[in-house]
Every structure is written in structure tokens, then in C-alpha cells.
Design a protein around this ligand. Sequence first.
Ligand code: NZQ
Ligand code: ZN
Length: 386
Amino acid sequence: MNAFTYFYPVTTYFGEGAARKHLPDELGKYGRNVMLAYGGGSVKRVGIFEEIKGILEEAGKAVTEFGGIMPNPTYAKVQEGAALAREKNIDLIIALGGGSVIDACKIISAQALLDEDIWDFEYAKGLRPVKFIPMGAVVTAFGTGAEQNNGAVITHEDQKLKSALWGAYHSFAVLDPGYTMTMPFGQVMSGAFDSLSHCMETYLGTPRQDNLSDEINEAVMRNIIKNIRRTLADPQDRSARSELIWAAAMAENGILKIGKVTDFQCHMIEHQLGAYTDCNHGRGLAVLHPVLYRHIYKEDTARFARMAEAVWGISPRGRTEDELALAGIEALSDFIKEAGLPVTLGEMGIGTDTDLRAVAESTVITKGCCKKLTAEEIFEILQECL
Ligand code: NZQ
Ligand code: ZN
């Protein structure tokens, strides 16, 4: 195992009714001015917004609403939020939503206290922000685990990049399964698949020989697969939903990454596909994963074979290592279909007119992937996905 530092600053309040139970005490730690950030309005339609706003007002907070954060949040929207946070002297930001709202808030929190453009600060100067407006997240769409880490994925429309920026950790996160029960079913599957993708991309990073992080990861992956199946059988199964929400958090709270350099090459391709098409994150990953893995598995057949056996339960008996590895990738591909997720970009409305060459050429090449891909290979992979 590689040397590591493990640091985990997020207090997680998990369970039905967690907001009403824990927020009043938590809110006592922060000043009066609270920004309540949200997305396109679903939280207003289903009543979660009013509940959280009510808890804030009962605690004597002055609430500034900041809505309209879109899926795949843009840098322009982040700047709008930062300007509002400065204008209103915000003491605490509460992200009420899924990964998009949560990510936008991480950067709003940093940009509001930084006198220069945070994109240039991080990418041109290679610096990371150190001052943040405190934040909390109330998760209404699970899957990304974004409330657990300090990375944010933001679309810079002018630069045609969907890239990571480093922002604030949330001081606290509320994970109430009940708040996610109104998610559209397609988003439930896409979010849960995103969690599985995070696990796979961590598992396939280095080192790939036996280690505790990966053994825990195998259990998390099996749990996600099992609970996706339970959710397919009964979309309102709250027990399955609870498991999926915690599995999403486990995939991103750093525990599975301890001592590892992660892969995340599939994510890098999907993010750039998102920069060019604004596609749904989990659905993009579903299309890309099997195609990518068929391209790279021969670089570490043993690892893919182990995943086939330990995660998909495929017997090695009567199979060569290569056959076992491929059987695991086919099991993944079949599972994606079983979950009703797309298997081609065409199913996502992404056609041949998309500049896949530009997507490939702007994709970040990761260190942890078992094969260091070229832009040409990424282009081939994307074309195979059409
Ligand atoms: O915008 P509203 O109206 O709220 O609707 C949202 C949105 O359309 C809806 N929704 C959320 N809660 C709901 C609900 N609908 C009904 N009832 C509820 N309770 O769900 C839709 C999707 O929301 P979004 O936040 O975009 O989804 P997700 O959580 O999948 O987040 C995706 C974003 O996170 C980034 C992705 O790239 C993408 O930009 N990621 C962030 C990561 C991180 N910071 O760690 C890791 C991931 O790999 C990912 O890249
Ligand atoms: Zn993801």
C-alpha cells in the first residue's frame, strides 16, 4: 500500500428526518446570513425547499435564495452565485440538491472570498483556495457522493471544458433517503451507476495487487449491484435507497482511495463529452465503460479477472484468465441494459455531428489507468460508442 494521509472533515447526518433533527444545532455554529442554493425547481415542487427554509427561519437566519443551478453547472452560474454571496455577506451556504448544486456551491464558497478568477488561480497558477464560506449540503439526488469531497466538476462554456476545480469541503451533509424518493427513476439509475463507476475507477487504479481498500471496494460494488436490482424490482424500496445513498458516500469519502492512485479515465472522457453535449453524467458513463474496458483489459487481465469473480460472481472454473476478464466486462454490459441505462451515444441523442475528435483531444489522460491512452484511442472508443 502507498503512503497516505487520510483526512475527513464532513459530519454526516444520515436517516429519515435528519434535517429536522440535526440542522437546528448545526445552524447554531454559523452567522445569520444563509444562502440556500438549489437547482431547477424540483425541490420547490416536492416541498423539500419549504421544509429547509422553515428550519432556517426558525433558527433566526436571514435566507438568500439562489436558484437555477443547472445539471452540469456552468462557470458563469458559479460566478453569479459568488457575486450574490459577497453582496449579501453570506455566512453559510446550504446546497440543496444533487451533485450539480453541491459542486457549484463548493466553488461559490471559495470564489466569494478570492479576489481573482478561480479558474485562472487553479489552472494557470496551479494554486488551491484556502479561504471558504462554510457550507453544508442537504442531498436530494444521490450518486455522485459530491457532498463528501472537495472536488467540483464545472463546465467552462467559453473554453469548452468540463473540469475539476478544488473548493471547500462541506462542514456537514444531510443524507435523508426520504428526500430522494421523488427523483425521476432514470436519475436514480444514473446516479447509482455513477457510484458504481467511482468504485470501479478506484479499484482499477494503482496499486492493483491485493489491498484493504480494494477489498472494501468489492463489498461496496456488490452492494450497489444488489441494491440497484432491489430498486428495479421496487423503485420505492427505502431500504435499498438507503443502502445506495451510503454506498455513494462510501465511494467518495476517501476510504476506498486510501493508498491508491485512482484511474478515473472513463470520467475524464465523459466529462469532456459533457462539455460538448451537456449529457447526463451517469448515462454517459454507462455507455463508455464497457467499450473502454474492452480496449484496456489486456493491460491488466488479472485485475479485470479478479473483478469478474469478486464483484460479478463469475466462476473461474473452465475459463482462462482472459475469458474470465472478458466475462466480467460482459456482465457489466448486461447489467447496464438491465438497469435501463443507455448502451450507445445515439440512445442519448448524441449523433455523428458531435465533434468527437475535439472531445478526445481535450480529454485529460490519467495516471492511474492501466493503459495510458492516446487521443486517437479515445477517439476510436467514442466512435465505437455511437
Ligand atoms: O435541477 P432540479 O430541478 O433540482 O432537478 C434535478 C436535476 O434535473 C433533479 N433532482 C434533484 N433532486 C431531486 C430531483 N428531482 C426530483 N426530486 C428530487 N429530490 O435531478 C436532476 C439531476 O441533478 P444533478 O445534481 O445534476 O445530478 P447528479 O447528482 O448526478 O450530479 C451530476 C453532476 O455532478 C458531477 C457531474 O459531472 C455532474 O456535473 N459530479 C460530481 C462529482 C463530485 N463532485 O465528486 C463526482 C461525479 O463523478 C460527477 O462528475
Ligand atoms: Zn461520477
